[in-house]
Design a protein around this ligand. Sequence first.
Ligand code: 13P
Ligand code: ZN
Length: 270
Amino acid sequence: MYNIYEAPFLKEMCDITANMYRMGFDERNGGNISYRLKQELVAQYLDLQDIRRTLPLGFDASALAGELFIVTGTGKYFKNVAACPQQNLGIIRISDSGQEAQLLWGYEDGGRPTSELPTHLMNHIVRLRVDPQTRVIMHCHPVNTLAMTFVHELDDRAFTRTLWQMCTECIVVFPEGVGVLPWMVCGNNEIGVATAEKIRDVRVVIWAQHGIFGAGRDIDEAFGLIETVEKAAEVYIKIMNTPIKQSITDEELKKLCEAFHIVPREGYLD
Ligand code: 13P
Ligand code: ZN
């Protein structure tokens, strides 16, 4: 058995949480990540029969039965993950019934998975149906994306169009657009169901006055989506009160799609 502290997925989690903290996306315990792991890889580092604790989920995750995830702990600070992954992260397996998470490693100070686990797992279930290679769901609180939800209408199409207009790369990175939810209480099944409903058609869902979720095949993809949305939101916040002399037109966005062989969300360009 290899040393878990040398596992590539553990290193990836340490690196990304430190990076997101440095970028100001994850103050205090803000943000959470779940990363679906390959069983054959985890088996090189852990005895998969050794269940440390069983944690009730409070909803049916049987679509993920047997799947392994490394997940940030609730109340844990991203800035502390790299120095002490065994307290700030946990590796869980979804039980056969789909009602429990079996803790195989981590949360060593008695901790538990993120309070947003319902949203994470519901998002994994929906995204896996669309793209079986999906592995990562990531949530954080980037400033400009939050700020934009105070001053922009929260309609999916309108919000997407504004983001696309802010940076040339946006429509190339997320041609399907973004989903936006109005303010809701977080950390429960209800916001999980509402987020999963949106994330079926997009890989980015924004929670008004709260933050953002990104889905991807790996950490880079999920984080890259979030970074790109946040950059566009930053441009928007910087220019929103300034007279605009020129911007990217719908005709130009269409030309961009042709040049990059991408299909934008139907009905989102005029
Ligand atoms: P957790 O500490 O439970 O992960 O919650 C942080 C957060 O961002 C809630 O939305
Ligand atoms: Zn949050």
